[in-house]
Design a protein around this ligand. Sequence first.
Ligand SMILES: [Mn+2]
Length: 337
Amino acid sequence: MIESATFDKVIEVIKNSTSALVTAHTRPDGDACGSVRTMCEILRFQGKKAHPIFMSPLPQWYEFMFEEKVSILGNDITEEQLHGGHFDECDLVIIVDTNSYVQLPVFDEWLKTNKKTVLVIDHHITGDGLGDIELIDPDAAAAGEIVFDLINHAGWKITQVIAESLFIAIATDSGWFKFSNADSRIFRSAAELIDAGASPPQIYRKLYQNVSPARMRLMIRMLNNLELIDDSKIAVQCIMRKDFDETGASGPDTENLIDECQKIGSVEAALLFVELADGGFRCSLRSKGKVDVQKIASKHGGGGHKMASGVNLKGPYENAKNLIVEAISNQLSGKDK
Ligand SMILES: [Mn+2]
């Protein structure tokens, strides 16, 4: 529970600001996007400037949430550009859904060197204490829940955009109300947001029933190539250049495709090899917990974390595949602990 006085302080800080930079953790999810969008809406509604900025691109299905093209650090703006222009003019930095430097690559350096007021809104237990003022509630199912509490505390208007953005934040962070964090509080919030204009079927359609025929054809190809190895514990998939050419799909269409084969019960680790223009392969690795894929990726110059990593490998395909499959096999059999 966040104390009423803390909410009051945050409301005061927002009231006294004129221009804010609003951001969230790298590889933004629905909670990050929904909470950033909502904070921008709150600020703009009060006549203030709000600049959303992300550390890495939004998944395509969240792009509709922003009317403007949002700035991606490293893509649209460099670290040097952060130190000038409208980003540097802001007097408030709002960080949502994280409180950790490692989740804010490149941005963390800028954050450390300036003296702007920083407001953190987060629901994770661990954090680096980035904020001068922080709204932290580990019992909240999503950062969006805390933003919603703030709005209710302040008595701010819940616009259509806010209702939809916060619904996306809480729905996605709770796996559409089926994870263990889907408590009665989140259902109450959902009900209030629906009353304020959020439409679950419309949101669901925009998020999950909106892929292009090309992406679907690419997924069919990928699933057709599925190989199950080691008693179906390792799932191996590949997408070649010709698959892109013949389906009309492009690089971003591979987003999240690796998750499909993890629906197979026996699968402990999943691999997706995507052929690159130079004949090499981008290999994405996923684990359900028994395999440390980060260890394998980092050995070949890649990175990530224990459950999700990526690495670039040289071709030909059979060599790249055998290298990674053997490493996973060794972990599963206990040869490599
Ligand atoms: Mn979250």
